[in-house]
Design a binder for this molecule. Structure first.
Ligand code: ADP
Ligand code: MG
Length: 244
C-alpha cells in the first residue's frame, strides 16, 4: 500500500492542567490516502476542531506525530510549519475568515502572493479559482456585499490558491442555509472528483454522505469508522432529487 498522504499516530492535545485538564484529542490514529475524502462527525466539544488544527499544523500536539507527504510536522521549526500551512494545507472555516477590507479576488490571491508568486500569476490563478467556484462576476466585491454561501465559496477558492496537498474544512456549512449548503456540497464533490484530498468536519449528513470514509468522534476519541459505498454520484443523485 502507498504511504498515506496525511497520517497521525498517538495524537493527543490537552488544554488546561490538573483538575481543569481537558483532553480534547485523546491518542488518535488516522491515515488519509491521497485523493480520499474523509468526514468527521461528532457532538459539539468532542475535539473535531482541535483535531483539524493539530493535523494542519495550526497547533502543536502534546503527544504523537503528524506526517504530511512524508514530512513530520514536529520536526519543523515555527517558520517551517508556517510555510507548510501556507503551501500544503488549505483551511476552510465555519465563519469564512475572509479579510473584510479586501475584495474577493484579493482574498483569493493573497496566499499565492505570500508564497512569492508574481502579482500577475497570483491574479490569474485567483480568477481561475473564482471561475471554478462560480464567482467570476463577484471578483471585485467586498465580502460584506456577498451572501454567506458566496463568502464561503471565496474562502474555498482561497484555500485552493497554492494547490494544497490537503484541504481541511471545519463545519464549512455550519453558517449556511440549505441552498448555500448545496452549493458548497457540489464544490466539495467536484474537488473530490478532481482528486483533491479532503478532510471535512461536519454536522451535515449530506456532506458526510459524499465522503469515502466517515469517522465518528466522541470525547476526543474515534468511536467508529465506516467506509461508505455507492460513492458521490449516488449521493448527488439523491440531492438532485431533494432539490426539485
Ligand atoms: P468541537 O470542534 O468538536 O466542538 P473542540 O475541538 O473545539 O471541539 O473542543 C474540544 C474540547 O477542548 C472542548 O471541551 C473545548 O472546550 C476544549 N477546548 C478547545 N479549545 C480550547 C482552548 N483554546 N482552551 C481550552 N479548552 C479548549
Ligand atoms: Mg469545532
Amino acid at each position: 500500500m502507498n504511504a498515506p498522504l496525511l497520517s497521525a499516530r498517538g495524537l493527543r492535545k490537552e488544554y488546561g492542567k490538573a483538575d481543569a485538564l481537558v483532553r480534547a484529542v485523546a491518542d488518535v490514529d488516522i491515515d488519509v490516502a491521497a485523493g480520499e475524502t474523509v468526514a468527521v462527525m461528532g457532538p459539539s466539544g468532542c475535539g473535531k476542531s482541535t483535531l483539524l488544527h493539530v493535523l494542519g499544523g495550526l497547533d502543536r500536539p502534546n503527544a504523537g506525530q503528524v506526517t504530511l507527504a512524508g514530512q513530520r510536522l514536529d520536526e519543523l521549526s515555527e517558520r517551517g510549519l508556517a510555510r507548510l500551512r501556507r503551501d500544503a494545507v488549505g483551511f476552510v472555516f465555519q465563519a469564512f475568515h475572509l479579510m473584510d477590507e479586501l475584495t474577493a479576488v484579493e482574498n483569493v490571491e493573497l496566499p499565492a502572493l505570500l508564497a512569492g508568486r508574481s502579482a500577475r500569476a497570483a491574479r490569474r490563478r485567483a480568477m481561475e479559482l473564482l471561475d471554478r467556484t462560480g464567482l467570476r462576476d463577484r471578483a471585485r466585491f467586498l465580502p460584506s456585499a456577498l451572501s454567506g454561501g458566496q463568502r464561503q465559496r471565496v474562502a474555498i477558492a482561497r484555500a485552493l490558491a497554492n494547490d494544497p496537498l490537503v484541504v481541511l474544512a471545519d463545519e464549512p456549512t455550519g453558517n449556511l442555509d440549505s441552498a448555500a449548503t448545496l452549493e458548497v456540497l457540489r464544490l466539495f464533490d467536484g474537488l473530490h472528483q478532481a482528486g483533491q484530498t479532503l478532510l471535512v468536519v461536519t454536522h451535515d449528513s449530506r456532506i458526510a454522505a459524499t465522503a469515502d470514509r466517515l469517522i465518528s468522534m466522541r470525547d476526543g476519541e474515534f468511536t467508529d469508522e465506516t467506509r461508505l459505498t455507492g460513492g458521490t454520484t449516488g449521493s448527488l443523485g439523491k440531492l438532485a432529487g431533494l432539490e426539485s
